[in-house]
Write a protein that binds this ligand. Structure first.
Ligand SMILES: [Zn+2]
Length: 474
């Protein structure tokens, strides 16, 4: 049953001990020859809209520059000679043939044919993957979108020794990713008949695996009262003084749910920080969230983002402490609490303008954060007007009902909670997971995705989404 999903998700944890592995992977390190058209291609096959992300906030100027640079780079390096062209075509045909044999769709390859062949070779050679092998196979789109060529060797070294076991977890979590052991532990006490729950949990844990396998450099960040610095940058004198150690726990967990939602669940659920990351995407664009999550220096990325928005250092520290506490209350309660909503508004006003109250998509994100906040719920807002502006859970459920009233309800399945915002290819939708029957049925929808006119509060179109389960699940 899904009724405990909120509770379950809250306890999904990874063990945050960092281990950097060196050494060769199981793969040859030939350079990728993909033509790299795939980054902008949609993997979304279930929503009818094909518009690109023009309606989303413009990317920052630095992002635009990066994009231009990379596209001109691609043009230069991909002018094929006829030999290269036929070689590329052969590679493509080989990859497509392999994909078909394995039950992977062409659109999952995102045009990265060479990488896909290397990826499947590595999976084949790893005999410890066991019951997660097919899940890992369908993880490829995430990798295709986020693995940089310079990180390939490290990634394949990690993939070559990734393993999975069923067992009893030390926490109450349904699944765990153990970084040191590079191992996914699925809690065998969990109800294994609930295939969508397992599917969902599995991809959450695999996002932790990717997060820790696409970047080779990690260093802890400290705040000395004067500056943020990596450990190796601190002098002996600074080590002797007072400093605060900062972790990006809320990005790790929120990001795992955010990407599981975008690629697999098609709904944002679980850790509250996932909705916070949707807010970051709405303000800055998807590339900024990618940089926060997949960058191996996530904490410093977050700090720089807030510093660039003019947020004072101490408030940045307090936000990290607060958000980690909200994400997992094994972290200390903040002395000076900061709410997710206040930081998002600060960022919005810095990046866009002061008109956030009239931005219905942004308000939807603030509302769902407000309704889901547990640990920080008693703390005051900096923007006091939020007290009268924000909707509570009941009001959001009523809004969801209004949406449902505009929909031809083809199933007796109900929403688990209320509609929440998800950005698919930069376009905002309302979506929510559905209660599923006890008997697993791979044709049963798990999510209702609604294309919505947020200003007029009208449904434009909707889709009952059925996940593309790995073929062996039954
Ligand atoms: Zn987790």
């Amino acid at each position: 049953m899904f009724r405990s999903q909120r509770v379950r998700s809250v306890f999904l944890t990874g063990v945050l001990v960092i281990s950097i592995l060196a050494g060769a992977g199981c793969q040859k390190s030939t350079r990728s020859k993909e033509t790299a058209t795939s980054q902008s291609e949609s993997k979304e096959t279930t929503v009818t809209q094909s518009e690109s992300s023009e309606t989303v906030a413009a990317s920052s100027s630095s992002e635009s520059t990066e994009k231009q640079e990379s596209s001109s780079e691609i043009k230069e390096t991909t002018k094929p000679t006829s030999d290269e062209s036929s070689e590329d075509e052969k590679l493509k045909q080989d990859a497509l043939k392999l994909a078909e044999e394995l039950g992977v769709k062409e659109e999952e390859l995102h045009g990265k044919y060479d990488l896909f062949i290397k990826y499947t070779d590595c999976i084949n050679q790893n005999t410890d993957l066991g019951f997660i092998e097919d899940y890992v196979l369908h993880l490829f789109p995430v990798l295709a979108d986020h693995l940089k060529p310079e990180d390939e060797s490290f990634f394949f070294s990690r993939l070559s020794n990734l393993k999975a076991v069923y067992g009893e977890s030390a926490t109450r979590s349904a699944g765990e990713y153990h970084i040191d052991d590079n191992m996914i532990l699925m809690n065998e006490l969990g109800d294994t008949t609930e295939c969508f729950a397992n599917y969902d949990t599995m991809y959450h844990e695999l996002m932790h695996f990717i997060d820790h396998s696409v970047g080779t450099y990690r260093s802890h960040v400290y705040y000395t009262g004067k500056q943020f610095a990596h450990g190796e940058e601190l002098t002996d004198q600074e080590w002797g003084g007072e400093y605060v150690s900062l972790e990006e726990h809320f990005i790790v967990e929120g990001g795992a749910d955010y990407y599981t939602g975008k690629y697999y669940r098609k709904a944002i659920d679980g850790y509250l920080a996932a909705s916070f990351l949707s807010g970051i995407e709405w303000v800055y664009g998807a590339e900024t969230v990618d940089r926060l999550f997949f960058n191996s220096d996530s904490t410093m990325e977050y700090i720089r983002l807030l510093q660039d928005a003019g947020i004072p250092d101490q408030k940045i520290v307090d936000s990290i402490v607060s958000f980690n506490y909200e994400t997992n209350n094994r972290y200390d309660a903040p002395e000076n609490s900061v709410r997710f909503e206040d930081i998002l508004i600060d960022l919005y006003e810095s990046k866009k303008d002061t008109g956030w109250k009239d931005d219905k998509v942004f308000m939807q994100i603030l509302n769902e954060i407000h309704a889901w906040t547990l640990s920080l719920a008693e703390y005051p807002f900096t923007h006091e007007e939020l007290n009268s502006l924000l909707l509570d859970t009941q009001a959001l459920e009523k809004k969801s009902q209004n949406v449902m009233d505009q929909i031809d309800q083809r199933t007796s399945q109900e929403l688990i909670h209320f509609f929440k915002l998800i950005l698919l290819d930069g376009k905002p939708y309302l979506s929510e997971t559905l209660f599923t029957s006890d008997e697993f049925d791979r044709t049963e929808p798990t999510t209702l995705i609604v294309e919505y006119d947020f200003d007029q509060e009208k449904v434009i179109s909707y889709k009952y989404y059925v996940p593309d389960y790995p073929k062996w699940i039954n």
